[in-house]
Design a protein around this ligand. Structure first.
Ligand SMILES: [Zn+2]
Length: 133
């Protein structure tokens, strides 16, 4: 099991548990990604159980945006599981920290002083995630 803890980013880079291939529609990877990322958003760590829309509030996140890297649209290694809020915030940004390449705990922490609508907020320690949270 990965070392994910509530409100703590992993101290190790994410090692893929699965490697499904053959889907042309990225949405078909969602069940794999839900399990891969333990039913939580890779960026803000919110769990499906805490989200008012449950798993419907989550989607397939393309680290390298489909608009700029269409060849990676259905490449499992480019796909992550994120809540719609983070996915919308990220949009087509590139250069986002890859959770499979570096431990997020080295770059992010969760602060208990919340923002409107959330009991916590993500604070950036280093620069790659400039607009995400
Ligand atoms: Zn999120």
């Amino acid at each position: 099991m990965p070392d994910l803890q509530p409100f703590a980013y992993p101290s190790r880079r994410h090692l893929r548990l699965h490697g499904p291939r053959g889907y042309s529609n990225p949405q078909h990877f969602k069940p794999w990604l839900r399990d891969e990322f333990e039913f939580r958003c890779v960026y803000c760590l919110i769990r499906e159980r805490w989200h008012p829309e449950g798993d419907a509030g989550f989607g397939v996140e393309h680290l390298r945006p489909q608009s700029r890297s269409p060849e990676l649209a259905a490449d499992y290694d480019n796909l992550f599981y994120s809540c719609c809020r983070c996915n919308a915030a990220k949009q087509d940004l590139e250069g986002i920290l890859n959770p499979a390449a570096a431990p997020l705990a080295d770059h992010l922490l969760v602060s208990s002083d919340g923002v409107p609508g959330l009991p916590y907020r993500v604070v950036q320690k280093a620069s790659p995630l400039e607009r995400n949270t």
